[in-house]
Design a protein around this ligand. Structure first.
Ligand SMILES: [Zn+2]
Length: 324
């Protein structure tokens, strides 16, 4: 597949943006800023306060980030349905608006020698299809695939450079997401690369107990283009799993940790890792293991990413043999 994004990943270390959720929280918005006054419904802000989302995107572009994630983590019909807007039209409208907004911001900053990319971000639906939980397990593979196909379409129509399934906790859901993405590619007659990121807890297992070796084997069999980790912990806790991926996979590897494990301060999550610490960890992953893509998840600010980009300039990435 011809992809400028993958070309760039093969050429150099590519840097994603930082947190959307905690960046929105830091702006202390009012209920009236959200659609229907539903405070905390971040995905609705692309309709009601696109200036806020554009401001966050541009803060990461100004820091030097190469890739923006669309503000569509909870953009599936199941997640939007929790706010009373789970129709096909809602899914299309919100995901399209979010992608067009990220695209405009990326293109404003993009230059021929420094292209900026848009990742169409897709998160979990909230279901856990692998379990026999009476509520969360009650969905079929085909239903889930349709839900992901529906969300992927406006992300691609809006101009994303890749699809990112992230913060994944159930491998069966990841498999359904990828099947849904391919269903969408067939429907619209074009495709983009797929980047799949799983989330591991402090014991380095996914929520349902899958370890990184099993996750990697499944993702490679599903022929994703990039394999990676994001969220849940800081970089230090991910170290062994990052090394495992780099040593055992020939796919590009992405790592987007939180700014440490959050501490509870007066009912608020505080992410303890400083930009300098965060940057040191990530650049070690690049120099020692050959990680190809870095970025930030919860609690990471433009300062964290700026520090990452500066630190990367002083190291030599370890070369890994990649499958083209
Ligand atoms: Zn996170």
């Amino acid at each position: 597949m011809a992809s400028r994004y993958l070309d760039e990943v093969h050429r150099r270390v590519v840097v994603f943006d930082g947190a959307m959720g905690t960046s929105i929280q830091a702006r202390k918005l009012k209920p009236a800023d959200f659609l229907d006054g539903k405070e905390g419904w971040n995905e609705s802000l692309v309709l009601t306060r696109s200036d806020v989302i554009a401001g966050i995107h541009e803060s990461f572009l100004a820091a030097g980030c190469d890739v923006l994630e669309t503000n569509t983590f909870g953009g599936s019909r199941l997640k939007l349905g929790e706010y009373g807007h789970g129709t096909a039209d809602d899914v299309h409208r919100i995901n399209l608006a979010a992608t067009q907004l990220a695209r405009r911001c990326a293109d404003k900053f993009g230059a021929p020698d420094k292209p900026r990319f848009v990742a169409g971000a897709v998160g979990p639906t909230g279901m856990l299809p692998s379990t026999d939980d009476p509520e969360l397990g009650k969905i079929t593979f085909d239903q889930l695939a349709d839900i992901y196909a529906e969300q992927a379409r406006p992300l691609i129509e809006g101009g994303c450079d890749l699809l990112l399934i992230e913060t994944s906790q159930d491998m069966l859901e990841v498999k359904a997401a990828i099947a849904g993405f391919r269903q969408c590619f067939r429907q619209i007659g074009r495709s983009v690369p797929i980047q799949a990121q799983v989330t591991l807890d402090v014991t380095q297992r996914m929520l349902l107990g899958t370890d990184i070796g099993a996750a990697m084997t499944t993702l490679e069999a599903l022929r994703v283009d990039v394999i990676g980790l994001n969220c849940s912990t800081g970089p230090a806790e991910m170290r062994d799993s990052v090394r495992f991926l780099c040593e055992n996979s020939r796919l590009p590897v992405s790592v987007l940790p939180n700014a440490g494990i959050p501490e509870n301060r007066d009912g608020h999550a505080l992410y303890p890792e400083t930009p300098a610490d965060f940057a040191r960890h990530l650049s070690e992953f690049v120099a020692e293991f050959g990680v190809n893509i870095v970025g930030g998840c919860c609690g990471t600010t433009p300062d964290h990413l700026r520090a990452v980009i500066e630190t990367l300039q002083r190291i030599t990435p370890k070369k890994r043999e990649l499958t083209l």
